[in-house]
Design a protein. Structure first.
Lengths: 149, 88
């Protein structure tokens, strides 16, 4: 897996648990996002995730770093999968370890929320009737402001 | 007789824009480089009118960096179009 955070294979939770191990930690919080059967009333058959890897890798690494800086935690690692995923498969993983649970929960929440808002990944849902659509997303901002500027 | 020299810009369209632009990769002829990103986008929107409505919510990147519309694209740089993101 090396240091890649955008991966084509099944996400390896054990590797993240190992990478964040710390004798100082008394809590570990794992958040996983999985492919859901229903989206806004429609039956989903699978989701195709794509990413712009150069920027996605950088954004995910920055989220790990920011999460460690903002919260009193001992470690944070994240992974995002790309490709065609079936219902129930893991698309994203966040692992946070901290001395105490409150910080671990808070930090994990921050990490996944920031992933959803700032990492160039897109999901295209395919429905039972064969149609498909790109899920509405959040525009990226640069340091000076809005996406369109 | 003067020959008109044009240069080519490589553009990559991600997410829904791959569908809108009819493919991930696109080559665009421009009169000269460097050229501002907004001018490249204007030229692309002339070729692909359906793209125009997406541009206000589209970010642009070169390599692993988000660039402003005022960034001047040099020869050899690929302009990457990034519509609203929906990972997780």
């Amino acid at each position: 897996m090396a240091d890649k955070r955008v991966v084509d294979q099944v996400l390896d939770l054990d590797a993240l648990l190992e990478a964040t191990e710390s004798p100082e930690a008394g809590a570990v919080v794992v958040f996983g996002g999985t492919v859901r059967l229903h989206h806004e009333g429609q039956e989903v058959t699978h989701i195709e995730y794509t990413a712009y890897r150069p920027l996605a890798e950088k954004a995910l690494a920055r989220i790990e770093q920011e999460t460690r800086e903002r919260f009193d935690i001992t470690g944070c690692r994240v992974l995002h999968r790309v490709g065609a995923l079936a219902i129930g498969e893991l698309s994203v993983l966040v692992v946070v370890r901290a001395e105490h649970r409150a910080e671990a929960f808070e930090a994990a929440r921050y990490a996944i929320d920031t992933i959803k808002q700032t990492v160039p990944v897109w999901k295209r849902e395919t429905y039972a009737d064969g149609s498909h659509t790109f899920v509405q997303g959040t525009p990226l901002h640069n340091e000076s402001g809005q996406a369109g500027e | 007789m003067t020959s008109v020299v044009t240069q080519r810009v490589h553009v990559q369209c991600y997410g829904v824009l791959e569908q809108v632009c009819g493919g991930l990769d696109r080559e665009l002829e421009v009169p000269e480089l460097p050229l501002r990103v907004d001018a490249v986008l204007e030229r692309l929107a002339t070729e692909v009118p359906a793209l125009r409505q997406y541009l206000p919510r589209t970010a642009c990147a070169v390599g692993d960096t988000i660039v402003a519309r005022s960034h001047r694209l040099s020869a050899g740089e690929t302009l990457v179009l990034i519509p609203p993101v929906s990972g997780g």
